[in-house]
Every structure is written in C-alpha cells, then in structure tokens.
Design a protein around this ligand. Structure first.
Ligand SMILES: NC(=O)c1ccc[n+]([C@@H]2O[C@H](COP(=O)([O-])OP(=O)(O)OC[C@H]3O[C@@H](n4cnc5c(N)ncnc54)[C@H](O)[C@@H]3O)[C@@H](O)[C@H]2O)c1
Length: 249
C-alpha cells in the first residue's frame, strides 16, 4: 500500500540518520512532502536527495530560535503543515556520579526542550491543517529505565509527559499527539557502540523476545501509522516498537 500520506506536509527532525532518515524515506514513498531537519546540511545531503517534495533545514534544535527557522522554512517551501515528527535525539551512557551538568543540560535541551519548543511553534500551522499530527520519539526507557542513562531517561519520561499534555490541549483542534517507544535499534547512536562491543550487541539482541535489534525501517512504520489518517482516533498514546522488550523488563 502506498499513498497513505498523499498531500500531507511533514517536518521530520533528526532526519540525516537512523530512525529519522528512515521516516523521511518512508513518508516520501507514501506521498508526503517533507522538510528534513538535522544539525548539518552535509549530513542531510549525504542521506537524501533534495527536490520539490523534500527540503532541508540545518539547525541545532537546542538553539532557542531553531523552531522559528524550521517553521518559517515549512511555510516558505510548502505553505502548510500537517505532521510534526520530533525525533532528533542524543544519548550518552554515564553513571549518575559521572553525569556532569553540561551533559544533563545538553541532553534535556535536545531530547526534551526542543520537543516542547518545536511543538509549541507548530501549533498555529497544525491548527490550520484541521487534522494535525504530532509524533514524538521517546524510548522504552520512558517506561522501564536502565542504569547509566539518567539524563536520557529523564528526558524521555519528559517526552511522554509533553506528548500527553499536547494531546489534552490540542485535541479540540483535531490535532493528535502520540509517541513511539523504540527498543534497541541499529542507528547512528547504537552502531558505534555495538561494533566495538560484542557483549553489548548480544545484550541488545537479547532485550526483546524476537532476539534481535530493530532496523530503523521497522520503527519508521509506527511513525507512518500514527501520522496517517488510519490513526485518526488515537491520541496521547505511547506505542512500543521493541520486539517485546517491555515484556521482559
Ligand atoms: N537507536 C536506538 O536504539 C533508540 C532507542 C530508543 C529511542 N531512540 C531515539 O530515536 C531517536 C533517533 O535516534 P537514532 O537512534 O536514529 O540516532 P541517530 O544518531 O542515527 O539519529 C539522530 C539524529 O538526530 C540528529 N541530532 C542530534 N542532535 C541534534 C540537534 N541538536 N539538532 C538537530 N539534529 C540533531 C543527529 O545529527 C542525527 O542525525 C532519538 O530520539 C533517540 O533517543 C533510539
């Protein structure tokens, strides 16, 4: 089935790598026009081919003026917005005692504050859409934390809270807000770690009942569903795409 996003305009953050890259590819195949957002234009160009239906914006989403730049670009290129995917994220393993203020602040800024600011900035255009969709990337860690990730896990719990608040406040405008909780997925965050550490790869593979990590395309399918008309009555929901990892945690 294709054309599930025919005529839709979407913003996807963290678009140059991993899950975001797969979301962009899937959304384009399904007929959406996409504004792809990431830190560097070179990384976006390495991941995708820009064209009429796919435009790039390079910003650091932790910058306070980034959301205004992104929304202005969506207006300039496409004149509308139907779907906002807040997916960009960073993740660094540190114990609580190793976690510096700088790591805490950076993680919260990128993984949580940017989700709030981007959503707030997008509300006027999503209201005009009449069937706006916000889909945020949390993590299974938003439900069952592991050790060594206090900043990341705090941010991802926050993503769940932000998303539920968005759902409550924006439902009156026909806007739904949901979040996806990926399990261990082979992406730019995890690949450098598992390539160096066979035991970590085995631990990630063993997290779920399917006995393997996810590929980004498998996670992107959940974003497609939640962004599509098929999910018109689903809001405030967290969808695990984890190969059954939460069953075991
Ligand atoms: N990979 C996993 O196992 C896993 C599991 C659960 C949740 N997630 C979440 O999935 C999302 C996507 O991560 P991924 O695994 O695809 O990693 P990735 O590193 O492959 O992709 C993340 C992208 O976000 C971009 N980015 C980071 N900081 C940014 C900033 N300040 N401004 C703009 N762009 C920025 C990066 O440049 C990169 O292209 C993240 O929110 C991550 O927390 C990943």
């Amino acid at each position: 089935m294709t054309g599930r996003l025919e005529g839709k305009i979407a913003i996807v953050t963290g678009a140059a790598s991993g899950i975001g890259r797969a979301i962009v590819e899937r959304f384009c195949v399904e007929g959406a026009k996409v504004l792809a957002v990431d830190l560097a234009e070179a990384a976006l160009r390495a991941a995708h081919v820009e064209g009429d239906g796919l435009r790039f914006v390079a910003v650091d989403l932790s910058d306070v003026d980034a959301p205004a730049k992104v929304l202005a670009a969506a207006q300039a290129h496409f004149g509308r917005l139907d779907i906002l995917i807040n997916n960009a994220g960073i993740c660094e393993y540190q114990t609580i005692e190793e976690t510096t203020d700088a790591l805490w602040d950076r993680t919260i800024a990128v993984d949580l504050t940017a989700v709030f600011r981007m959503s707030r900035a997008a509300v006027p255009m999503l209201r005009q859409s009449g069937q706006g969709r916000i889909v945020n990337t949390a993590s299974i860690m938003a439900e069952r934390p592991y050790g060594g990730l206090i900043a990341y896990i705090s941010a991802k719990h926050g993503v769940a809270g932000v998303t539920k608040s968005l759902a409550v406040e924006l439902g009156a405008y026909g806007i739904t807000a949901n979040y996806v909780m990926p399990g261990a997925t082979v992406t730019g965050i995890t690949k450098p770690l598992i390539d160096q550490d066979a035991a970590l790869r085995a631990a990630y593979d063993d997290m779920g009942v399917l006995g393997r990590m996810a590929q980004p395309e498998e996670v992107a399918s959940a974003f497609l569903f939640l962004a599509s008309d098929e999910a018109s009555f689903i809001t405030g929901h967290g969808l695990a795409v984890d190969g059954g990892a939460l069953l075991r945690m």
